[in-house]
Design a protein around this ligand. Structure first.
Ligand SMILES: [Mg+2]
Length: 405
């Protein structure tokens, strides 16, 4: 039996281990071998360890485990638990059982899957390029960035599509690539996907090569200066907690994210606002004339973004800029057409615009029921389809991979 999970640090450690085990399992399946029982059983004991964490009002109680400022956080662990359960069904009972399990979780799952397959029937496979957002699109949404480890079934399904049904597959996210980034959260075998972090400013390609969009040296220095100060600040016992909740502290390429709250409201309002004030004062101190940074406070996260030169003055780097950078850097040949772009929020629309500029032979599938977002997408690309859950899209991609297999 695994050790009891009492602190949030132990919880993150356990989730990291699930990633290592899942990576081994997925590699075996993709090589056409069967999963090793000790590994799949291990996933079962991780699940049990999570379920043994004491609960209060339906939330899991974990202590911060920080000396001098120990306190309890009450977290929802839906993502972590649900995804482990799905993996167990997949390894113990097989793919059809998992599809049945998903159909039980999501009303109208089968209909949505058939509808999406119908939408794709005129695509000529293999496609040229898939460009997809991760969270909320091909990965179920998790309120904690550091524990949003990809599940094994998800990696198997997406890898099948990437290997068989498309020439180049790109996963593009706003999270950083490394050091607790996209790379560590991904369990699919290296080489299936081009992983692009920081909205496409940095990448790891299918041959394992890394690259990044150059940032002006002076601006980069300012960002590093800010990052050092933030890292020091989060060592202060009063603020260490903010490293452990929600988005935590993420040093992206050209952008830094600091959490001040999570989606569960774990931090009292006054404490969260006071911390936001501390961050704003620090930014004013480093950049009094607002030459380098633009900030955005979502209420959960404070985003500190290095400005870039756009066609009409200073602008934010968006995911569309990322797509165009990767196209020229990695030869995605988007202009050849036969491209599929997937996303779930308005921040993914620039990816569609960028791909549409390169070729009209474009397909889009968004995971969203938001009507105004749907209308905005349709104005950019007529060939648009919508589903309500990442699981539907992931199963659709699996089906397309299998058809080619
Ligand atoms: Mg998303």
């Amino acid at each position: 039996m695994l050790q009891e999970i009492g602190t949030i640090q132990q919880f993150y450690r356990l989730m990291k281990e699930t990633g290592e085990v899942r990576r081994r399992l997925v590699a075996r399946i993709m090589e056409g071998r069967s999963a090793v029982p000790p590994d799949s059983e291990r996933l079962g004991s991780y699940l049990q360890a999570l379920k043994r964490i004491p609960r209060r009002h339906g939330r899991y109680q974990l202590s911060t485990g920080l000396s001098g400022s120990q306190r309890s956080l009450y977290l929802e662990l839906d993502y972590e638990i649900d995804e482990l359960e799905k993996d167990l069904v997949f390894f113990q009972y097989g793919e059809q059982a998992l599809l049945d399990h998903l159909a039980g979780l999501h009303t109208g799952f089968q209909e949505e899957l058939s509808g999406a397959a119908q939408f794709c029937r005129d695509m000529s496979l293999p496609l040229n390029c898939l460009v997809s957002d991760r969270d909320g699109t091909v990965n179920n949404y998790c309120g904690r960035y550091l524990s949003s480890i990809q599940s094994a079934y998800n990696a198997v399904f997406l890898s099948r599509f990437a290997e068989k049904a498309v020439r180049r597959a790109v996963l593009l996210t706003s999270a950083p690539l490394s050091n607790g980034g996209l790379e560590e959260l991904t369990v699919s075998p290296p080489g299936n996907f081009i992983l692009a972090g920081s909205k496409g400013r940095e990448y790891l390609d299918q041959r394992g090569r890394r690259g990044a969009l150059a940032i002006e040296a002076g601006k980069q220095e300012q960002l590093q200066r800010l990052n050092r100060r933030l890292a020091d600040l989060l060592q202060d016992p009063r603020y260490r907690l903010f490293d452990l909740i929600g988005s935590g502290l993420q040093f992206k390429f050209g952008q830094t994210t600091v959490a001040r709250q999570d989606i569960y409201g774990s931090i009292p309002k006054a404490e969260s606002e006071a911390f936001a004030g501390v961050i704003q004062r620090l930014i004013r101190e480093i950049d009094p004339d607002r030459l380098y940074f633009r900030t955005e406070d979502t209420g959960k996260d404070i985003e500190i973004i290095l400005t870039v030169e756009g066609e009409s003055g200073l602008k934010d780097f968006d995911k569309g800029d990322g797509v165009l950078f990767l196209d020229s850097e990695l030869g995605l040949d988007l202009s050849r057409g036969g491209n599929l772009v997937c996303g779930d929020t308005a921040s993914d629309l620039p990816m569609v615009s960028a791909a549409a500029k390169q070729s009209a032979n474009l397909w889009t599938i968004f995971v969203s029921r938001d009507e105004s977002l749907q209308a905005r997408l349709r104005r950019i690309c007529e060939r648009a389809h919508f589903v309500s859950e990442p699981d539907v899209l992931v199963c659709l991609l699996n089906r397309m991979g299998r058809e080619m297999g």
